[in-house]
Ligand binder design. Structure first.
Ligand SMILES: Cc1cc2nc3c(=O)[nH]c(=O)nc-3n(C[C@H](O)[C@H](O)[C@H](O)COP(=O)(O)OP(=O)(O)OC[C@H]3O[C@@H](n4cnc5c(N)ncnc54)[C@H](O)[C@@H]3O)c2cc1C
Length: 521
């Protein structure tokens, strides 16, 4: 039913405003003079869109930079996979009325082509993670009417992997949160989920051998097999109770081990390790982080931000043994302790190893590889001109904004890759130019990053890093290459400025308490 929500003349161009319509939140905005009304929350984790950014016809969520067309609510950039619900707006006598039906859905699936039985092509996607899940939807969105087979080695349908080291592991999020889509979604759009792995792919011929003994030669293949956690070489690393964390079942195994456990060791000071330490502490365990680093995450975010995160952990009781490695694990039926390289012995009921990943590409032959085992792709994510693409953690791609080839292990980028590769497979490709970004959440502190945070030589802080209210800028060759911090609008603006090649010079930011990036848009 229709409700009066604002005066027309008081809503400025570019303004985002959350209003109530019959007790339900609606986002009101004015873009190019026109007032529009959408669902107020981002379909990805309910980010408050009214606190986001409206720029260049793009509405950017402040939390994880999900981006929507401000005119239509259509999805432009993940992590959400859906567009926004749209509501009718009527102007009458200078008043703005919005009609939001009581049963309006939370999100709107983007238009998708139906399966046409006369289209005899088969496209196969290897891996139902971030890139694969985004790609199968985007194939239909880009008009592909042939058969789509999503080959998943895991028994689960696509799910939200980043949550495995956050709320789900901490016991604060339920299993219902994790699947990206209901089974009915895949059925409705004729996307076949086949729960078997690919044993081998010959990229020259596109022939796939599957774990179940069958084979297929699809008309196009997308490799989206992600990465595998590195294991420790230390003696005893194979003992029960020593875990890695990549899949939902890995996470459930850790959670099962938490019952009856009192002490945990987390090895590594990567994002996943630090999040795991926080989540296990939130479950009441005594947690010690053991890592060779002097400061957690210093290589990625710099020492100051790393110290902030370490302090946050220490305030909540996490202990650190930094500058140390594991000499050996002790235990009989299961792990009982770890001995460090300085001789110290830490008792443990469970150990989680978070020391990085390697791209899961061992099954691929006849494809060009990057030094670290990733797959080299061109600017449309093609592995070759013979119908093979790669996306996500496996793909080493030409990065447009800072230059060079990079392989980046981020959820949102994997989804961006998946969508771009699918468009290219469907004949609607364009050079990939999305700005990478990721986020981490530790003890309720969300630090996000945009740009390419590697190879930087200098960092410049704006705001109060130790107080957790800041944006850190990363500089390589006298230009800004990335930003990270807790000031959402700075990061959203940085991403938009990078996308448009309009970032300020580092010197323009020195000595400021407010980076003022939104004003530069
Ligand atoms: C616990 C955890 C927390 C994370 N948190 C964040 C975060 O907060 N922010 C962020 O940006 N990133 C985060 N990441 C990283 C992010 O999840 C990855 O970058 C992203 O999932 C990569 O997507 P992908 O599609 O390339 O691979 P994946 O999502 O790993 O999916 C690959 C899939 O392919 C399957 N597969 C592998 N080999 C085969 C085969 N031969 N045949 C068939 N299937 C196969 C795998 O089983 C898997 O299901 C996190 C990762 C983990 C593990």
């Amino acid at each position: 039913m229709e409700h009066k929500v604002a005066r027309d003349d008081e809503l400025r161009e570019g303004e985002l405003r959350e209003v109530q319509v019959a007790g339900k939140k609606v986002l009101l905005l004015r873009c190019d003079g026109v007032v529009r009304a959408f669902g107020a929350r981002c379909p990805h984790y309910d980010g408050p869109l009214a606190k986001g950014l409206l720029h260049d016809g793009r509405l950017v969520c402040p939390w994880h930079q999900g981006t929507f067309d401000a005119g239509t609510g259509d999805l432009l950039e993940p992590p959400p996979l859906s567009g926004l619900s749209t509501f009718a707006v009527r102007l009458d006598g200078g008043d703005v009325y919005v009609d939001r039906p009581d049963d309006a859905p939370r999100q709107r699936t983007m238009p998708m082509a139906g399966r046409d039985p006369r289209d005899e092509r088969t496209f196969a996607v290897i891996g139902g993670g971030a890139a694969g899940a985004a790609a199968v939807e985007a194939l239909r969105q880009n008009g592909f009417t042939g058969r789509i087979v999503l080959l998943c080695r895991e028994e689960r349908r696509p799910y939200d992997r980043p949550n495995l080291s956050k709320d789900y592991l901490a016991g604060k999020g339920s299993a219902d949160w994790l699947p990206l889509r209901p089974v009915s979604f895949y059925e409705r759009h004729d996307i076949e989920l086949v729960h078997t792995g690919v044993t081998s792919l010959d990229a020259a011929s596109r022939r796939l051998e599957l774990d179940d003994g069958t084979s297929m030669t699809p008309d196009a293949v997308l490799i989206a097999s992600g990465a595998l956690p590195r294991r420790l070489e230390a003696p005893g690393a194979e003992l029960p109770g020593v875990f890695t964390l990549r899949s939902w079942s890995d996470c459930d195994a850790v959670i099962a081990a938490v019952a009856g456990a009192a002490r945990a060791i987390v090895i590594g000071a990567s994002f996943i390790a630090m999040e795991t330490a926080a989540a296990l502490r939130e479950r009441g365990l005594e947690v010690t982080v053991v890592a060779p680093d002097e400061t957690p995450l210093a290589a990625q975010l710099g020492r100051e931000v790393g110290e902030l995160l370490r302090a946050r952990h220490e305030e909540r009781g996490v202990r650190f043994a930094l500058g140390r490695t594991i000499a050996r694990f002790e235990g009989d039926q299961r792990v009982r302790a770890a001995q460090l390289d300085d001789g110290r012995r830490l008792e443990a009921d469970l150990v989680v190893v978070g020391v990085g990943v390697t791209p899961a590409t061992a099954f691929v032959v006849n494809a060009a590889r990057s030094d670290d085992g990733g797959l080299d792709v061109d600017d449309e994510l093609r592995v070759n001109d013979n119908g093979v693409w790669a996306a996500g953690d496996v793909a080493c791609y030409p990065e447009r904004h800072v230059g060079g080839r990079v392989r980046i292990e981020h959820w949102r980028l994997a989804e961006q890759h998946g969508r771009a590769a699918a468009a290219s497979m469907a004949g609607r490709g364009a050079p990939f130019d999305a700005v990478p970004g990721f986020w981490t959440e530790q003890f309720g502190l969300r630090v996000a990053s945009v740009g390419v945070g590697r190879g930087w030589s200098d960092a410049l802080a704006v705001g109060d890093v130790a107080g957790g209210d800041f944006t850190m800028f990363y500089i390589g060759d006298e230009v800004l290459v990335a930003a990270a911090g807790t000031r959402d609008l700075d990061l959203a603006a940085f991403s938009e400025l990078m996308r448009r090649g309009r970032l300020p010079r580092p010197d323009d930011l020195r000595g400021r308490s407010d980076a003022g990036l939104v004003g530069l848009l």
